[in-house]
Design a protein around this ligand. Structure first.
Ligand code: FAD
Length: 422
């Protein structure tokens, strides 16, 4: 692998051959997450493809010229021409391999793949999931000098990194940007010495053997596993929802509300998330129509009162969506009145769906005992029904799912494990 500057770009990249270029920055957690993957793939593909790194901060003009807007960004070149898909952000090893394979003939790809040797790494504790619950467990375990690895399919931070502002996490007088709060949590845990394996494919989880396989070639073994995989938003199941996800239908106000300045928006849901996020969306949108299946919101009373006093909010109770479609620039929702069975049509510029979450447990072949909603049951030290398997945060059976409660669970599990491993 070679580090180059703008001056060498012409000669090293554009003059021919197959080249992958990594534009990286310092103080960039996704760049740190990419570095070991880039190194190991350079070892594997390096005889066929040139691996080049460019420090973006010192080569801004070149980065701008190439339209590189974030770090890290990987660009793939063949015979001096950019080819394939640019990769940015939390880049997975499997995504890089896909793009590298496109550069080579199939038989050569097979030869290279045959050189991948599976290997085993050993830790005291594996934490599956790097949200507030997992990060806090990682911090406490690290401070107890317990060899711990955090494995996450995305970059660390969990839901908090996607939350616009957090105003109820103790210790801060002013609301904190969710991204910064989660960044500080993960840096604190990283600085302590916990190993992070993030933006990986978790390809197998064996809770009986206490093993987690990542990227289909590394098996991580431990004495204990903490499940901290959080939740994923529920879908309404209405026709057109999956097809329009990210194309007019959104599940994240923080990410997308800003695109609806002075526009009209439909929100589906009526619990805490729907009510709080509608309030946030109304800072941008001119009108927010909230469609809720029950005849009153189920969110907390304070949030409801604030919402109902907001002139931009238009609640429609006892209605459920049946289908979504796009008509020109507009999003259309066909909605059934649950009392009269009449189907009505609502049109807006965008649709947000906040109808609850489901626990992320698909990867577990053998599951610990779950509650009736599918969340993991734990005892008061966060032990599950499976020996040496703990669970913390939103993925467990509990009444209140907040950052503070996830952090508390992580603390308890870590102290309990530290005592057991002593
Ligand atoms: C829109 C929104 C706003 C919110 N606002 C607030 C707020 O203001 N204040 C507050 O206290 N709480 C808030 N919450 C709730 C809070 O974010 C959660 O309670 C908290 O993040 C839970 O932490 P966690 O660690 O259990 O899970 P998460 O934060 O969900 O993190 C789980 C992690 O596990 C990873 N993961 C998933 N599957 C796997 C797998 N198979 N293998 C490995 N890793 C995996 C995910 O990538 C993720 O990083 C909000 C939630 C939402 C959705």
């Amino acid at each position: 692998m070679k580090e180059i500057s703008s001056a060498e770009f012409e000669n090293e990249v554009l003059s021919g051959g197959k080249v992958v270029v990594d534009f990286y920055s310092t103080e960039c957690p996704p760049c740190e997450a990419l570095a070991p993957k880039f190194d190991s793939l350079a070892g594997l593909y390096g005889s066929e493809i040139k691996f080049v790194k460019i420090f973006r901060q010192q080569n801004r003009e070149l980065a701008d010229r190439l339209g590189v807007k974030s770090s890290p960004t990987l660009l793939f070149f063949d015979k001096g021409q950019e080819t394939g898909e640019r990769l940015a952000g939390g880049i997975r090893r499997s995504d890089i391999i896909r793009e590298l394979d496109h550069l080579l003939p199939a038989d050569r790809v097979q030869e290279i793949k045959s050189q991948i040797h599976p290997f085993v790494s050993e830790y005291d504790v594996i934490i599956l999931g790097g949200g507030p619950g997992g990060l806090t467990a990682g911090l406490y375990l690290c401070q107890a000098k317990i060899n711990t690895v955090i494995v996450d399919v995305a970059l660390p931070g969990g839901h908090v990194s996607l939350t616009h502002e957090v105003s109820n996490y103790p210790g801060f007088i002013d609301p904190q940007a969710g991204y910064m709060l989660s960044h500080n949590m993960s840096e604190q845990t990283k600085m302590c010495g916990t190993t992070f394996k993030v933006a990986v494919d978790v390809t197998k989880v064996d809770l009986n053997k206490l093993e987690v396989e990542i990227d289909a070639f590394e098996t991580i073994r431990a004495k204990k596993i903490i499940l901290a995989t959080g939740t994923t938003p529920n879908l309404t199941g209405a026709a057109g929802e999956k097809e329009l996800k990210g194309k007019g239908i959104s599940y994240c106000a923080t990410c997308d509300a800003k695109y609806y300045n002075d526009k009209e928006v439909i929100v589906i849901g009526g619990g805490n998330s729907a009510v709080e996020e509608s309030e946030f969306i109304s800072r941008f949108a001119s009108k927010v129509t909230i469609i809720h299946q029950f005849d009153a919101f189920t969110a907390n009373k304070t949030a409801q009162a604030k919402l109902m006093a907001n002139p931009k909010i238009h609640p429609i109770f006892s209605h459920e969506p049946r289908s979504f479609r796009k008509e020109g620039d507009k999003m259309v929702a066909e909605v059934e009145d649950l009392k009269t069975k009449q189907v009505k049509t609502f049109s807006a510029d965008g649709i947000f769906i906040f109808i609850g979450m489901k626990p992320n447990l698909e990867l577990l072949r053998e599951k610990p005992v779950l509650d009736q909603w599918g969340y993991i049951k734990t005892d008061d030290e966060m032990r599950t029904s499976l020996p040496n398997v703990y669970a913390v945060g939103d993925v467990i059976s509990k009444k209140y799912r907040q950052i503070t409660t996830a952090v508390a669970d992580g603390t308890i599990a870590a102290i309990s494990i530290a005592k057991e491993l002593d």
